[in-house]
Design a protein around this ligand. Structure first.
Ligand code: 6PG
Length: 485
């Protein structure tokens, strides 16, 4: 069936916003047996979708929001795939007006979860349902099977679940979609997914940097290393595409593509949100935050140029004096360790967010639906799932017995790599800060005791004692006696 679908054949689902993500998602729904209503503000995109892909399934194109809404089966379900922000609010208002009680509006963009909480309240006040759904997998995932993280009312999931399951990626017969929790829970976990994505990409970048400028390897050779790594513990989409990118030559010059790309990383904001939220919740998501800062630093081109011109002193730089194969293996292990920390911290943030907002998010759900479709899909998510199966209240992912065992084998190479990077003068912000995080967690005593002393000194901020209950203060400017507050 194509656009010739009769208007009496109502659509099971609608998609508003037909840029690449929206149109791929619409095609995915249609290819999986759903009749799909499609609408875009400028009708050219709708017409292009129908003329290029109308034969892939049943589409009902509309050129007005009213026609679009009228072409949907009740309760109506429409996914908005427009740019996050004001455009989303505008479409939500239009749909809310045109829809009826019980209809479901789904925002599939990368919305900030606090916006989603607000929107859900506004839409619910008008008797419609609002579902903020994180969708991961990029353009290819949208077309062939994304990982989907819907929040919103559990009741909406009843109707929406089977349709989303029909298009999601599948791993071992399990669709990569489940109801995450109420209101903003879906967009919250998608935000943290992206934060982990940033950290994962950064640690891969640090490994590349060490092999390239520490071990003196060429991109094509490093591509092979990543290909091998992808056959082991690091098996993941991001490692796989890294090998592809490094093996690619520039069609114009024949040089390695990575050498002709400007080294200033962009960002659309989800990693930054994850870092800000980590600060708000007081969760040390250091790997994620460092990777956001690393992108910012890379893009501070004027400052970097000035620093290069002014030739900041490097100190003594030593050449790498270990066997190359051993160094490569050490780097692999350091990458694995830093990646583990990023996931562990990301899951901490999800727990903290879930507690704060009362969402009851089950970490096992995420470990399950992130195994396929999404950008951070990785083999070791199975292990994460097992970890939470064994202990739902695990204090930190890295404290799971399996991961503790892995860390036994990773810790020494990780330390060696951070030392080597320091001696080589190569930046490894996430390798190094993750190691400090790890050592901080392990430390019997932290300098926080001294900080508390300083705070008490200059601001009478008081402190607790290790040997008895209570709150104390020293009369610093007087006789230095101890007062119990
Ligand atoms: C995904 C991606 C996707 C997108 C982000 C990150 O899960 O499919 O995370 O949402 O790539 O927008 O992009 P930036 O790197 O530009 O922030």
């Amino acid at each position: 069936m194509t656009q010739t679908a009769e208007k009496t054949d109502l659509a099971q689902i609608g998609v508003v916003g037909l840029a690449v993500m929206g149109s791929n998602l619409a095609r995915n729904f249609a290819r999986n047996g759903n009749t799909v209503a499609v609408y875009n503000r400028s009708p050219e995109k709708t017409r292009a979708l129908i003329s290029e892909h109308g034969d892939e399934g049943a589409f009902i194109p509309s050129e007005t929001v009213e026609d679009f809404v009228a072409s949907l089966e009740r309760p109506r379900k429409a996914i908005i795939m427009v740019q996050a922000g004001a455009a989303t609010d505008a479409v939500i208002n239009q749909l809310t007006e045109a829809m009826d009680e019980g209809d479901i509006i789904i925002d599939g963009g990368n919305a900030l979860f606090t916006d989603t909480i607000r929107r859900e309240k506004e839409v619910a006040a008008k008797g419609r349902h609002f579902v903020g759904a994180g969708i991961s997998g990029g353009e290819e995932g949208a077309l062939n099977g994304p990982s989907i993280m819907p929040g919103g009312p559990a009741e909406s999931w009843e109707t929406l679940g089977p349709i989303l399951e029909s298009i999601a990626a599948e791993v071992d017969g399990t669709p990569c979609v489940t109801h995450i929790g109420p209101d903003g829970a879906g967009h919250f976990v998608k935000m943290v997914h992206n934060g982990i994505e940033y950290a994962d990409m950064q640690v891969i970048g640090e490994a590349y940097q060490l092999l390239r400028y520490g071990a003196g390897m060429e991109p094509a050779e490093i591509a092979e290393v990543f290909r091998e790594w992808n056959a082991g513990d690091l098996d993941s989409y991001l490692i796989e595409i890294t090998a592809e990118v490094l093996a690619q030559t520039d069609p114009d010059t024949g040089a390695p593509l990575v050498d002709v790309i400007v080294d200033a990383a962009g960002q659309k904001g989800t990693g930054r949100w994850t870092a800000i939220n980590g600060l708000d919740l007081g969760v040390p998501i250091t790997g994620i935050a460092e990777s956001v800062f690393a992108r910012a630093l890379s893009s501070a081109t004027a400052q970097r140029a000035a620093a290069q011109e002014g030739q900041l002193p490097s100190g003594t730089i030593t050449e790498l004096n270990v066997d190359k194969a051993e160094f490569v293996e050490d780097v692999r292990r350091a990458l694995y360790a830093a990646k583990l920390i990023a996931y562990s911290q990301g899951f901490d943030e999800i727990k903290a967010g879930s507690d704060e907002f009362g969402w009851n998010v089950d970490p096992r759900d995420l470990a399950t639906i992130w195994r396929g479709g999404c950008i951070i899909r990785a083999k070791f998510l199975d292990r994460i799932r097992e970890a939470y199966d064994n202990d739902a209240d695990l204090p930190a992912l890295i404290l799971d017995p399996y991961f503790k065992g892995e860390l036994e084998n990773l810790i020494d190479p990780w330390r060696r790599v951070v030392v080597a990077a320091t001696q080589l003068g190569l930046p490894v912000p996430v390798f190094a800060s993750s190691l400090s995080y790890y050592d901080s967690l392990r430390a019997e005593r932290l300098p926080a005791a001294l900080i508390q002393g300083q705070r008490d000194f200059f601001g009478a901020h008081t402190f607790k004692r290790v040997d008895r209950e209570g709150t104390f203060h020293i009369e610093w400017s007087g006789d230095r006696s101890l007062t119990e507050m």
